[in-house]
Design a protein around this ligand. Sequence first.
Ligand SMILES: Cc1cc2nc3c(=O)[nH]c(=O)nc-3n(C[C@H](O)[C@H](O)[C@H](O)COP(=O)(O)OP(=O)(O)OC[C@H]3O[C@@H](n4cnc5c(N)ncnc54)[C@H](O)[C@@H]3O)c2cc1C
Length: 192
Amino acid sequence: MRTELVVVGAGPAGLAAALAADARGVRVTVVDAADGPGGQFYRQPAAELNARRPQALHHQWRTWERLRDGLAASGVRLLTGHHVWTVTGGPDSFTVHALLGPGQDEPATVHADAVLLATGSHEHVLPFPGWTLPGVVTAGGAQAMLKGGLVVPGRVAVVAGTGPLLLPVATGLAAAGTRVSALVESAGPRQV
Ligand SMILES: Cc1cc2nc3c(=O)[nH]c(=O)nc-3n(C[C@H](O)[C@H](O)[C@H](O)COP(=O)(O)OP(=O)(O)OC[C@H]3O[C@@H](n4cnc5c(N)ncnc54)[C@H](O)[C@@H]3O)c2cc1C
């Protein structure tokens, strides 16, 4: 398969880049390891759950609608379930190597003139005493359970750590019915 631009990552950054390039006449293929577009920010509930109001779990939903509808109306090709493990070639021609599906056992390649990496961020977890106990999950994990599976990790929660992710996680859990008994930020107010 050959295209002009491969964008790795179908989160908000990758989708915005893909749509901008598509609007300028570039042939774009977006590849993502997940089952659908959205990334961390706009992680969507599994289709089988038939969520009636997925927007209740999100902020800036209009941006997502613009990206989602823009993608559907564009010429951008989206390849989901593609785990990219390396990119070879360059500087004028690249091969993006991916492994398909949950088992990641079937190889696939996409050839392109250019590659844009929009693979996002990941949570950094520092071990602490008790972090492997049942009921202890990372903030991002709790949010992924909620957005992707429509479940909360418990009826009462303490949300602790550092950084702005704690705020949408705490409000998301509260909106879903969990009593958030404390939001504990380890950084000082100026650092936040
Ligand atoms: C767990 C978690 C939860 C977050 N929740 C929020 C939130 O609620 N609100 C907020 O403002 N910010 C949140 N953030 C911060 C978040 O990273 C950004 O707001 C936003 O998602 C960044 O967009 P992005 O498109 O750069 O990356 P992402 O949204 O992270 O999208 C990156 C995409 O790249 C794909 N990808 C990564 N590596 C590969 C690979 N090797 N092969 C194929 N595909 C790959 C991923 O599947 C993903 O779909 C969260 C971050 C994390 C880690």
